[in-house]
Design a protein around this ligand. Structure first.
Ligand SMILES: *Cc1c(COP(=O)(O)O)cnc(C)c1O
Length: 401
């Protein structure tokens, strides 16, 4: 086609339009005609999909706030930062938006340089992706496949089973201990020749509990050097306990440790999808190979760089949330609830059979929380007014128990 076009002198590329063009399109969502549907039934054929996909649980995103007349609604279901973007960050993203007809910098050069400087690590040890969930998926693609095993605590981050199953590897779930904390001894005991990757979610989502330095080091000493340990530190910035190790310090002399961080929580960029790993070669190199080309948008890259430069202002907001966390924790405890000590921007109530009732009561009062039916409710610490509603609702619910 192209050769013909050139031979005839026709132009393949449209000349720049004198004004912005919005291409008119035919509607793309047409209902299938009866004839087509009939053909499908006759043949009963569909593309062959990988067996590993059967039964993959679907990720349940935190519900948006319910809209009810006369009730202010708050979303406390996704552990987001409730505050609007900082001015400098918003400007960086807005400026980047002016060029979104262009592909982003695939190597994320500026962001990697900023992160390397911020953490004092070589640039080659940084890998970015579409949220840290995206990077976690790349870590799995890089290490595990059918016949392999991936260990994680349970209950923990609900993306782990999903992204593990996609690779075809088997999930090995090790129950949290009585204090809702990772049982690192049991996790070490679960390691076999087939183990390829172990997630340690610190603090743990959804319980907010942590593993401390000594216990983590002891565990890491027991993990064979050819098994990758991923320290998922999505809530790192909310930790105030000095005994909780910084994964970036832990990784330095351990080639089989990778640290996962995100801009989605404390940094308030959940909607822009950017997270990163810090890992030694060859793990970092594997992350570059498994990355979706151009996966991190320029908006996300520029906003992330601006966020790192505005870190002081950002972390002030995190401090405010930590203050609110203490208030929520203290009030709930005073009401008689058993709340595991939380080091993240959420609290966990193990409500068992009352879980869905509690979530419904919260929703009626104007706060949407994250129920795990039959187990418990994870409640994000939000702005003061939202937390007030939660505290009042929890108190009323408790009285009826
Ligand atoms: C929210 C969260 C993430 C990060 O998700 P992004 O993909 O970066 O938005 C990762 N791990 C845990 C445990 C989380 O709770």
């Amino acid at each position: 086609m192209r050769a013909t076009a050139r031979a005839t002198g026709a132009q393949c590329v449209a000349p720049p339009a004198p004004f912005p063009v919005s291409p008119r399109r035919e509607p793309v969502c047409r209902k299938a005609s009866p004839g087509r549907a009939g053909a499908r039934m006759v043949w009963g054929m569909s593309p062959k999909l990988r067996r590993e996909l059967d039964g993959i649980p679907t990720y349940k995103p935190g519900r948006p706030p319910a809209v009810e007349e006369g009730v202010t609604a708050y979303k406390l279901s996704s552990n987001e930062n409730p505050y609007a973007p900082l001015p400098g960050v918003l400007e960086a993203a807005t400026a980047a938006a002016e060029n979104f007809n262009r592909y982003p910098d695939m190597a994320c050069t500026a962001l990697h340089a900023e992160l390397a400087h911020r953490f004092g690590v070589p640039e080659e040890h940084i890998a970015t992706g579409t949220g840290s969930v995206g990077v976690a998926q790349q870590l799995l693609q890089s290490t595990a496949g059918p016949g392999d095993e991936v260990i994680y605590a349970w209950r923990s981050f609900e993306a782990y089973p999903i992204i593990t199953q996609i690779t075809g590897a088997a999930s090995v779930r090790v129950p949290l201990d009585a204090g809702e904390t990772h049982d690192l001894d049991a996790m070490a005991a679960a390691i076999t020749d087939r183990t390829r990757l172990i997630f340690v979610c610190n603090p743990n989502n959804p319980t907010g509990t942590v593993v401390r330095r000594e216990a983590l080091e002891r565990f890491l000493d027991r993990v064979p050097p050819d098994v990758l340990v991923v320290l998922d530190e999505a809530y790192k910035e909310f930790i105030r306990d000095p005994e909780v190790p910084d994964g970036v310090e832990v990784y330095r002399d351990r080639p089989n440790v990778a640290v996962l961080r995100t801009f989605s929580k404390a940094y308030g960029l959940a909607g822009l999808r950017v997270g990163f790993a810090i890992a030694h070669e060859p793990v970092a190199a594997a992350l570059r190979k498994t990355a979706v080309p151009f996966g991190v948008s320029q908006l996300a890259q520029d906003a992330a760089v601006a966020s790192l430069r505005a870190e002081a202002a950002l972390l002030e907001r995190v401090d405010a949330l930590v203050g609110e966390r203490t208030r929520v924790f203290d009030r709930l405890t005073a009401q008689g609830w058993t709340v595991p000590e939380t080091h993240a921007n959420f609290v966990w109530l193990r409500l068992g059979e009352r879980t869905t009732d509690f979530a419904a009561a919260c929703e009626r009062a104007g706060v949407t929380v994250r129920p795990f039916a039959g187990e418990g409710v994870r409640i994000t610490v939000g702005e003061e007014a939202a937390n007030d509603v939660l505290i009042r609702t929890a108190e009323a619910f408790r009285k009826e128990l």
